[in-house]
Design a protein around this ligand. Structure first.
Ligand code: GLN
Length: 549
């Protein structure tokens, strides 16, 4: 019988349910079980593609092209698996399906009601994802916080599953234990309320993971155990730590996998988590600092900086850093300011590498082009991603080919030199205002040209990478770009679509950009070729700068 573990959050959002879910998956995987993970988002949006990244964080594109939540990226990275779209659902998607089924008379004339039909649809989806993955243990993270109205129907689905399969379903409550500065003591009451609110939905937590600045002491573990109805051994301490990748190892200090295995009545051998441990050790022992700038625009929310919009890029930088023994420092660059104050471009000189990530629309675009121009001419290692690649082509066309005001038609529909233009199959979607899930999405194959940077780092001729775009390099400019030195080192199999551009290594230490999103496939053990290349070049730059100093 397959087993299910639901992960829910108490007290407040942002306590790390995604990392907790991924880490529980990791420790169970290390015990030899086949794991899959599902994310439930309570939004009405059918997928995450139509949400602004500053609202919801990065849009993580799955292999099959589905646009989902960043937590899916965490699951893939921790578990080293590719997940299908069956593993992601939103309120919108569930309702849409129930309504479709009702219209198709699939309920045989019954009155279709919120309860039980919505929870039943949710259960159906969970079971389908389990079957597809042939998983021994399926983790299901329910988004939102206990006590809010939005996730009630998902909790109801979880409760119904527990009633049906009492020995195969567990609940993990991830809670927060504040230490108010003035009081100076860790407080358990909010967690007690969260556990009680969960009980009022008919669910008893089996485990309580207590997130806090510091480890939970014995006294507070006893208190939580007593007032939340759990065994003291099942109160797991999850203090803030340096790296998210250490969380699985930390859980094992409290013997979490043993406890879960025991409760689910499973048997397993000893954990095999050596490789992961040595990755964490490499991360922690890395000494040499490199400064990697990310020139984006989706970071400010009110007075705060939100790095969630670029989470996969940040993680990919860390993975590649670990490979070369580096401690990367991310520097957020608001490219818009270069437009008003071109002198401030000088700050790029202080970087060891520059990333211009994906994006949409006109805000900050000229600043990004200026930043790319600086990196190209001053020989600063550069990686452009999607929009970043398109802007690298625009910059090259303007400043090397001399095509004044060359642009993408996304910004300037009437430009005389549309070096980046809409993909033919995308034209209709735009004119119909059909924006949801209609871009060129998901995995496509590409051919790699030999004797290029791309070939040197991929070490193969055929790659598969994930996409999310409507525009492409305009085929009618390729000849001219090539003649003036731009190398198209990766193309679609029919050679129509340019997937990777680069400059010769004789001209620049590392200048490469891809139409796809390499960050989506970077994994902790080994990193991604394009990021590995960037970090290696950044290491060289940082070493040579130190030599000069
Ligand atoms: N806006 C560009 C396009 O649609 C780039 C998209 C992206 O960077 N993800 O092609």
């Amino acid at each position: 019988m397959p087993k299910y573990i639901f992960v829910v959050g108490g007290v407040m959002s942002g306590v790390g349910k995604g990392i907790t879910t991924s880490s529980i998956g990791k420790i169970l995987q290390s015990r030899g079980f086949k794991i899959t993970a599902i994310k439930i988002d309570p939004y009405i949006n059918v997928d995450a593609g139509t949400m602004n990244p500053t609202e919801h964080g990065e849009v993580f594109v799955l292999k099959d092209g589905y646009e989902t939540d960043q937590d899916m990226g965490n699951y893939e990275r921790f578990l080293d698996i590719d997940l299908p779209n069956d593993n992601y659902m939103t309120t919108g998607r569930v309702y849409l399906r129930v309504i479709e089924r009702e219209r198709n008379l699939e309920y045989q004339g019954k009155c279709v009601e919120v309860v039980p039909h919505i929870p039943l649809e949710v259960i159906d989806r969970i079971k389908k994802a389990q079957q597809k993955a042939q998983a021994d243990i399926t983790l299901i993270e329910i988004g939102g916080t206990i006590g809010e109205y939005q996730n009630v129907l998902f909790l109801e689905a979880a409760r119904m599953m527990k009633v049906k399969h009492p020995h195969d379903v567990l609940f993990v409550l991830v809670s927060y234990l504040p230490i108010p500065q003035k009081v100076g003591e860790m407080k358990t009451k909010p967690t007690q309320y969260a556990a009680r609110t969960l009980q009022s939905a008919g669910i008893q937590a089996d485990f309580i993971i207590g997130r806090s600045d510091r480890p939970i002491d014995k006294k507070r573990k006893e208190k939580i155990a007593m007032f939340c109805n759990v065994d003291e051994k099942d109160v797991i301490s999850a203090p803030d730590i340096e790296s998210i990748y250490e969380v699985p190892l930390n859980f094992e200090k409290d013997h979490l996998s043993d406890r879960i295995i025991e409760k689910l009545g499973l048997v397993s051998g000893k954990a095999d988590i050596k490789e992961w441990e040595s990755f964490v050790t490499r991360l922690k022992n890395a000494k040499q600092k490199v400064k990697i700038g990310i020139a984006g625009k989706y970071f400010s929310t009110g007075d705060f900086v939100l790095s969630d919009s670029y989470i996969s890029i940040i993680e990919a930088v860390k993975h590649a850093g670990a490979l070369w023994g580096l401690k990367p420092e991310i520097v957020w660059i608001n490219a818009e300011k270069y437009e008003k104050d071109p002198k401030s471009l000088e700050e790029i000189q202080d970087l060891d590498g520059l990333i211009v990530p994906g994006g949409f629309g006109s805000r900050g675009v000229e600043g990004k082009i200026m930043a790319i121009s600086y990196a190209r001419t001053k020989k600063i290692p550069f990686l452009g991603i999607c929009y970043g690649m398109q802007m690298a082509v625009v910059e090259y066309a303007r400043n090397v080919l001399g095509l004044k005001d060359a642009h993408t038609t996304e910004i300037d529909a009437k430009t005389q030199y549309p070096v980046i233009d809409i993909l033919p199959e995308q034209k209709k979607h735009l004119s119909d205002k059909n924006f949801g899930g209609t871009m060129r999405l998901g995995s496509y194959k590409a051919k790699i040209l030999s004797k290029t940077l791309a070939k040197a780092y991929y070490k193969k001729d055929l790659i598969v990478e994930r996409h999310r775009h409507r525009y492409e390099v305009n085929p009618s400019f390729i000849n001219r770009l090539e003649k003036s030195g731009m190398i198209f080192s990766g193309t679609s199999l029919d050679r129509r679509l340019m997937e990777i551009v680069e400059l010769s290594s004789k001209e620049h230490p590392y200048f490469i950009a891809s139409q796809f999103h390499p960050e989506l496939q970077s994994r902790p053990l080994g990193g991604h070729p394009l990021f590995n290349g960037l970090l290696e070049a950044s290491k060289k730059r940082s070493t040579s700068r130190k030599d000069i100093l």
